[in-house]
Design a protein around this ligand. Structure first.
Ligand code: FES
Length: 201
């Protein structure tokens, strides 16, 4: 099999896996026995280069224009293959914190990028900037995530033992012109975390 064919078949099996897991919630009962490393982004598949944070409109994120107390979905690691890039395991909430949590600062302390896969049963959570919320919320069973730390503080994810109560996080860097970059991650629980599993704080 050529290298291109091998890559294609690996992509298909990963897609099949995600489709299966999405369709069959009961499959999660077997989650501990699945070799997640074969299916999730990991250092072997991720670019080891620093890459720009690209917003959904295709622009390079910049702190001079990225709204305080807001969030958008970013893709990491991006492959250029539309089907692979659509996988939930590559989606992150790129958050500019609210003013009261330091979102007004013009450095990397004002932003966060957390995996969108809820640590409970893998629904997709999102950040809600509304007054009285300003937190991540999962629509499935009500887990809520602290935007400052990525740790669940309400709902079933908050009852899980560490590291499965804290979302994986990308390390961000801001240059002198305000442009935001993702530094090469280490996807293990003691570093950037493991998508769908968690991160030690
Ligand atoms: S999947 Fe998010 S709270 Fe259950």
């Amino acid at each position: 099999m050529s290298e291109a064919e091998t890559k294609k078949s690996e992509g298909l099996s990963r897609r099949d896996f995600l489709r299966l897991m999405g369709a069959a919630g009961t499959g999660l009962a077997f989650a501990p026995f699945i070799p997640f490393g074969d299916y999730m982004p990991n250092p072997n598949q991720a670019s080891l280069e620093k890459v720009p944070v690209i917003l959904p409109d295709g622009s390079h994120a910049n702190l001079n224009s990225y709204e305080i107390n807001s969030a958008q979905v970013i893709t990491y690691p991006a492959t250029g293959d539309a089907a692979l890039d659509a996988e939930a395991f590559r989606k992150w909430q790129f958050i500019r914190l609210p003013e009261e949590l330091g979102g007004g600062k013009s450095d990397a302390t004002s932003i966060r990028a957390y995996s969108m896969i809820c640590l409970h049963l893998w629904c997709l959570w999102k950040y809600w900037p509304d007054d009285g919320r300003k937190r991540g919320e999962c629509p499935c069973h009500g887990s809520m995530y602290d935007p400052l730390t990525g740790t669940a503080f309400v709902g079933p994810a908050s009852l899980q033992a560490a590291p499965s109560d804290t979302l994986p996080e990308l390390t961000l860097e801001v240059d002198s012109d305000g442009f935001v970059y993702i530094l090469p991650p280490k996807f293990d629980a003691n570093s950037n975390g493991v998508i769908g599993y968690g991160r030690f704080t």
